[in-house]
Design a protein around this ligand. Structure first.
Ligand code: SF4
Length: 312
């Protein structure tokens, strides 16, 4: 059986940075450490940190006064920062810089009096953080079907931004619908769907025609992992999202000659290796890596972490 291994896959620069932040805080201070929301949307990453004494919280009031709180890669709203200050928490911000970029676009458009359409998933952590920057100026749109029902105070003063982890093709459909309805709409200065999301989807789109089945390593609540499954299905292929090799159902491999293996931006590489080992030993797979883009992206650790290092 032929197995194509997509490259790029797995951890992006934002996830690398966020995971390193929690590692470093554990090293410097040890538990108890509180992380607001899952640091990244991956079950294995979260459970590993829980075993090492990290507590994940969904409400700032769960962190005792004067403790350390880390903000996840998905970002937070100003209201959360305020709550942390009121509890005198030490804040370490692991928000991905590409999410922060979208926050800044929202702030700029809001300051100029625009109504902003946020294209994304309303309940995702990233959406909650971004919308929280200007809640009275933002309307969340989940699909192109929502566009005909939009109502705004001034149709000539509208702009859009997007979540960073959307399906590129689905987001494009929504943007086209917005442009048709609001010809004066302002776009963000630079694409909001991030390089990692785009590259991983592109690899699946390009390589899927060569296989019968696509396996994506990632957690069910990971937006960019889910979008890789969508991309494969759009290409007419069977596709499954699995947290790890234990979820591989041998029935999927019946009458299958070629498989594409990839991983969402929050899925650790050792989980990919475990899946490949199983495919080799149980199904005699021959692995071939296909590289479409050499990313070479990395992000600096946040200043708040450097400050913590100095005072420790
Ligand atoms: Fe940042 Fe993109 Fe990774 Fe999200 S998927 S953490 S936006 S690089």
């Amino acid at each position: 059986m032929k197995v194509l291994l997509a490259n790029p896959r797995g951890f992006c620069a934002g996830v690398e940075m966020a995971v390193e932040v929690v590692d470093k805080v554990l090293e410097l201070r040890g538990p108890p450490i509180f992380v607001f929301h899952e640091i990244v949307h991956n079950r294995h990453v979260v459970e590993d940190f829980q075993r090492r004494g990290v507590t994940f919280i969904n409400n700032i009031s769960e962190a005792p006064p004067n403790s350390i709180v880390i903000y996840s890669a998905h970002g937070i709203s100003p209201a959360i920062r305020l709550q942390s200050k009121q509890r005198n928490l030490t804040e370490i911000d692991a928000t991905c810089p590409l999410v922060t970029k979208v926050h800044l676009e929202v702030l700029r458009f809001a300051k100029q009096g625009y109504t902003i359409f946020f294209i994304g998933h309303a309940n995702h952590d990233e959406a909650l953080g971004t919308v929280g920057e200007a809640p009275h100026n933002i309307i969340v749109i989940e699909s192109p079907e929502a566009v005909p029902h939009l109502s705004v105070p001034d149709e000539t003063k509208v702009a859009y931004v997007t979540q960073t982890t959307l399906s590129v093709s689905e987001a494009q459909r929504t943007i086209e619908a917005l442009k048709a309805r609001f010809p004066h709409i302002k776009a963000p200065p630079k694409e909001d769907i991030c390089y990692a999301t785009t590259n991983r989807q592109k690899a699946v789109a390009v390589l899927s025609p060569e296989v019968d089945l696509v396996l994506v390593i990632g957690s069910k609540n990971s937006s960019n992992s889910q979008r890789l499954v969508d991309t494969a299905r759009e290409a007419g292929k069977r596709a499954h999202l699995i947290d790890d090799t234990r979820e591989l159902d041998p029935k999927w491999l019946q009458n299958t000659n070629g498989i594409l293996v990839t991983a969402g931006a929050s899925a650790p590489e050792h989980l990919v290796n475990q899946l490949l080992d199983r495919l080799k030993t149980e199904f005699h797979a021959e692995i071939e890596t296909r590289t479409l883009v050499d990313e070479g992206v990395s992000f600096a650790l946040p200043q708040s972490l450097k400050t913590l290092s100095v005072v420790s």
